[in-house]
Design a binder for this molecule. Structure first.
Ligand code: PLP
Length: 406
């Protein structure tokens, strides 16, 4: 099957609107992606015709909602190559997933002096939960830096592990530079050392096919809103052995089997980790988004985006007054850049006047910004519906910025 970017664009209603009198050029997919009509329609349909709470009722609507909601577990398992859908826990996104692993798996097991190895590229969602353990129980965070191209050497990650390392937590793809990490090599080496690996798949799962069974990770977190699904949806694959080691995360309805005045017994996983009324419609919407992606084929999407990356890289490299951070050869189509004389916020504002949406700031990755010696960058992050014509529009607008600020 070939990838028809025009047909894909036609599936996204928002892409035909204008911003400031110019066609929208949406290059902020790293922050959140737009939604195809199938997702919007599916969610509207649930609200209009099928909505009820899940797991609770014996009435028709509750059964429909429960069936649709629970059906998403299998879709996520297929999308991630997870052996068993019971290894999938629904979350509101990656932030909740990593906090869950920190609180339910790591906190009860780690003691003062135990270590967690992180890369310098991590998003705050994969840093702050570990700082909680540092502050509360003396866990030590060990950092592994990237090289001059922005690459992370799996051997350096493994070399940072000592006898007290209890977890490696690493992103598969940097939201700032687009660097792709060889997480399989890290998992292979970590398995030999008996160290579990958490992979932050927030960005990785959007841009390449993922198979957690082949990867060999213990935890793999995704967030629905970057996968062309709704905000407030997400999931985490948790290897069964790790799940059995986890205490419940939040307490409330659905995650219990029995509650008395004196005691409580818990539901079986994965429901043990899903307290309260979940994001029913969001999760159903995420399932539709993942089906849509699988219908297009993640390999086809990745190939289209590799073409965009190469085209954008050649164009941006030609702007010798633009400093692009992270030149890793196999990176995704995510470009963070600075321009002497212009703050990233100014670049973003001028680009917005031309209908171009980029993100500016520290991208929730302050340790990486410090490592790269910058306080803020502007970031153009491409998605599957972007085109070479949009790269040209970005380059034209940057040339205008250079005239304005240079
Ligand atoms: N990890 C990475 C690499 C991200 O890019 C993001 C979002 O920007 C997150 C984690 C957090 O995702 P969410 O805010 O959807 O939980």
């Amino acid at each position: 099957m070939t990838f028809d970017v025009g047909a894909v664009r036609a599936d996204f209603p928002i892409l035909s609107r204008e911003i400031n009198g110019k066609p929208l050029t949406y290059l902020d997919n790293g922050a959140s992606a737009q939604k195809p009509r199938v997702v919007i329609d599916a969610m509207t349909r649930v609200y209009e015709q099928e909505y009820s709470n899940v797991h609770r009722g014996l009435h028709t609507l509750s059964n429909i909602s429960t069936e649709k909601y629970e059906g998403v577990r299998g879709i996520v398992a297929r999308f991630l190559g997870a052996p068993d859908e019971e290894e999938i826990v629904f979350t509101t996104g990656t932030t909740e997933a990593i906090n869950m692993v920190a609180s339910s798996w790591a906190a009860p097991r780690l003691e003062a002096g135990d270590e967690i190895v992180l890369s310098i590229m991590e998003h705050h969602a994969n840093i702050v939960p570990w700082h909680f353990l540092r502050e509360r129980q003396g866990v030590v965070i060990k950092w592994v830096e990237t090289d001059a191209n922005g690459d992370l050497d799996p051997e350096a990650v493994l070399a940072a592990c000592g006898p007290r390392t209890k977890l490696i937590a690493v992103t598969q793809l940097s939201n700032v530079t687009g660097t792709v990490v060889d997480v399989k090599a890290i998992c292979d080496g970590a398995r030999d050392k008996g160290i579990p690996v958490l992979v932050d798949g927030s960005q990785g799962a959007v841009h390449m096919p993922v198979n957690v069974a082949e990867m060999g990770c213990d935890f793999y977190a995704i967030t629905g809103h970057k996968l062309y699904g709704p905000s407030g949806s997400g999931a985490v694959y948790i290897r069964r052995e790790r799940m059995e080691e986890m205490r419940p995360f939040m307490g409330g309805g659905d995650m219990i089997r029995e509650v008395t005045r004196d005691a409580v017994t818990y539901n079986d996983p994965p429901m043990k980790f899903e307290a309260g009324t979940p994001g029913i419609v969001q999760t159903i919407g995420m399932g539709v988004a993942l089906d849509y992606l699988m219908g297009l084929g993640m390999e086809n999407i990745a190939a289209h985006e590799r073409g965009l990356r190469d085209y954008a890289r050649a164009k941006l490299d030609g702007l010798n007054w633009l400093q692009v951070q992270g030149q890793s050869a196999g990176k995704a189509a995510i470009f963070s850049f600075t321009m002497a004389g212009a703050h990233a916020h100014d670049l973003s504002t001028v680009l917005d006047k031309r209908g171009i949406a980029v993100r500016a700031g520290s991208h929730c990755a302050m340790p990486l910004m410090e490592h790269m010696g910058v306080t803020a960058t502007a970031r153009a992050s491409f998605g599957m519906y972007n085109t070479e014509a949009e790269v040209d529009r970005l380059v034209d607008a940057l040339e205008f910025c250079h005239e304005l600020f240079g």
